[in-house]
Design a protein around this ligand. Structure first.
Ligand SMILES: [Zn+2]
Length: 235
């Protein structure tokens, strides 16, 4: 059985983890037989055993997430969230060099936020496919995805990816709110709110932060353009 989503004309390509990590999430939480059901319903039964290794047709994860909501409507939000967290963890472990992680974690929150937003925008094609991503720093910061191909209830997969990236690389407790606006058809918005800065932390040039109390902290001038560090496809 082939999903209707696979019969539409090709659009973009998306990182293979949009497929791989969903397989892991469903297998770990519900067992292999249920994962087989989801992948079969999506018309890609072989991809559970032999997942894509490189950028893949975005219609595959679109079909998979439609199948997920069809086969497991109750568990789908949790499973999609889990898959998003796993995708971010993969990116953090494999796509971001250690010294960049160090810079992001040591830099003041707002500077780290700006650097990560830049990197997200630069690498967005790997997790928004044919959509277009824009980022705006601020409080809250905003990530928008126009024509998001992987739309789902509350866009839980993208929300989980962004939340996990900020939580692990910028500040624990960062909240990401999905605010797809009425009247903004096809435009997904994600508000990124950092937790309150710890006592003594000021903005980018502030002298103190708890995270850095005993370490020398990079200054703005020492920080290279983060976008240059992130190579290869992310997700
Ligand atoms: Zn959305």
């Amino acid at each position: 059985m082939t999903s209707p989503a696979l019969n539409t004309p090709p659009n973009g390509k998306i990182g293979p983890n949009a497929v791989i990590q969903l397989g892991h999430a469903v297998t770990d939480r519900l067992g292999q037989a249920e994962a087989v059901r989801v992948f079969s319903h999506a018309g890609v039964p072989d991809m559970l055993e032999t997942p894509p290794e490189d950028m893949t047709d975005e219609r595959v994860p679109v079909a998979l997430y439609q199948a997920l909501w069809h086969v497991h409507p109750k568990e789908a939000p949790t499973l999609a969230h889990d898959a998003g967290v796993r995708t971010a963890d993969y990116v953090i472990a494999n796509r971001i060099p250690g010294f960049v992680k160090g810079i992001l974690r040591l830099a003041p929150q707002r500077l780290a936020q700006r650097l990560l937003l830049k990197a997200i925008k630069k690498n967005a094609w790997t997790f928004v496919g044919s959509g277009q991503c824009e980022t705006t720093p601020g409080s809250p910061a905003m990530i928008t995805v126009k024509d998001n191909p992987l739309v789902m209830p509350d866009c839980v997969w993208h929300s989980a990816v962004f939340t996990r990236l900020f939580d692990q690389l910028v500040a624990r407790g960062t909240e990401v709110r999905h605010v797809c606006g009425k009247g903004d058809a096809g435009l997904c918005k994600f508000e990124v709110t950092l937790p309150d800065a710890p006592d003594g932390e000021k903005d980018d040039n502030g002298p103190k932060t708890k995270r850095l109390r005993n370490q020398s902290r990079p200054t703005v001038h020492e920080l290279p353009d983060s976008a240059a560090f992130f190579t290869g496809h992310w997700a």
